[in-house]
Design a protein around this ligand. Structure first.
Ligand code: HEM
Length: 124
């Protein structure tokens, strides 16, 4: 199962790179490939108000996850520049379902994360 999720992860990472090249911003690809879908209809998520709280409460909960001092493949996600540097991996990890490794994200949180990334991940 983990091998399938990581194959899906690699496929989405590739599609994320090609999607960012094509500057498409909404629901691209629909259904995300890992069976996880998202929609940007009617929302324009902001980093401070909508995205950072997700990292603080779901992802960066300890240093074995993405808190300060995290040494895993994702690393720490405690500020804008750390998160910005990994947006393609974050998009693929969410849409393939491999992350979060514990806990869960709601559909609204998925939409906010992916649509913020697809809008260029501004520091707003
Ligand atoms: C929505 C919240 C989260 C996001 C966006 C996220 C994102 C990521 C990303 C992008 C990677 C790198 C994947 C790669 O490049 O192959 C990763 C790896 C990892 N994450 Fe998360 N993560 C989240 C939550 C968590 C939580 C809650 C934990 C701990 C329970 C966790 C533990 C890990 C570990 C251990 C790795 C390394 C996995 C490996 O070595 O294969 N993550 N995460």
């Amino acid at each position: 199962m983990k091998r399938i999720a990581s194959c899906v992860y690699k496929l989405i990472a590739l599609s994320t790179i090609t999607a960012s090249c094509s500057k498409s911003t909404v629901s691209n690809p629909p259904g995300g490939g890992g069976g996880i879908s998202f929609s940007c209809t009617g929302i324009s998520p902001k980093f401070g108000a909508d995205v950072q709280p997700i990292f603080n409460t779901v992802c960066s909960i300890s240093n074995t996850c993405h808190g300060a001092g995290s040494m895993n493949l994702g690393g720490p996600f405690t500020n804008y520049s750390q998160i910005f540097a990994k947006t393609a991996n974050i998009r693929a990890a969410i849409l393939s379902g491999i992350m979060p490794q514990s806990g869960s994200v709601t559909q609204a949180q998925i939409n906010n994360l992916i649509c913020w990334i697809d809008s260029g991940a501004p520091n707003n």
